[in-house]
Design a protein around this ligand. Structure first.
Ligand code: ZN
Length: 97
């Protein structure tokens, strides 16, 4: 079954126009909410599949997917913070000598 675009995250609109530019090289697609002009775009192949373009829109407009992405980013940042805190400890140690 074909994917359906989720409502626009910014205005809740459901009038989403999706398509590509039909370029044979450096093609790109756009998905635009016609109610508020919120746009998702990106590079794609010569004959992009509608499911791929709808998926890209959904990745940036589906609250569940956005929360998943934020949680992943939080985990990555927590890892970076832990690594930096380790350096702070090391710096203090050598600074005290
Ligand atoms: Zn909108």
């Amino acid at each position: 079954m074909a994917k359906k675009p989720v409502p626009c995250i910014k205005c809740g609109g459901t009038n989403i126009v999706i398509g590509d530019c039909n370029y044979s090289a450096f093609n790109y697609f756009q998905a635009i909410c016609t109610d508020c002009k919120h746009e998702v775009s990106g590079q794609c192949g010569t004959f992009p599949k509608m499911d791929m373009m709808v998926g890209s829109w959904n990745n940036e407009n589906d609250p569940n997917k956005i929360v998943k992405g934020y949680n992943k980013a939080i985990k990555e940042l927590e890892g970076k913070i832990a690594a930096l805190k380790q350096k702070i400890v090391e710096t203090k140690f050598w600074g005290d000598i």
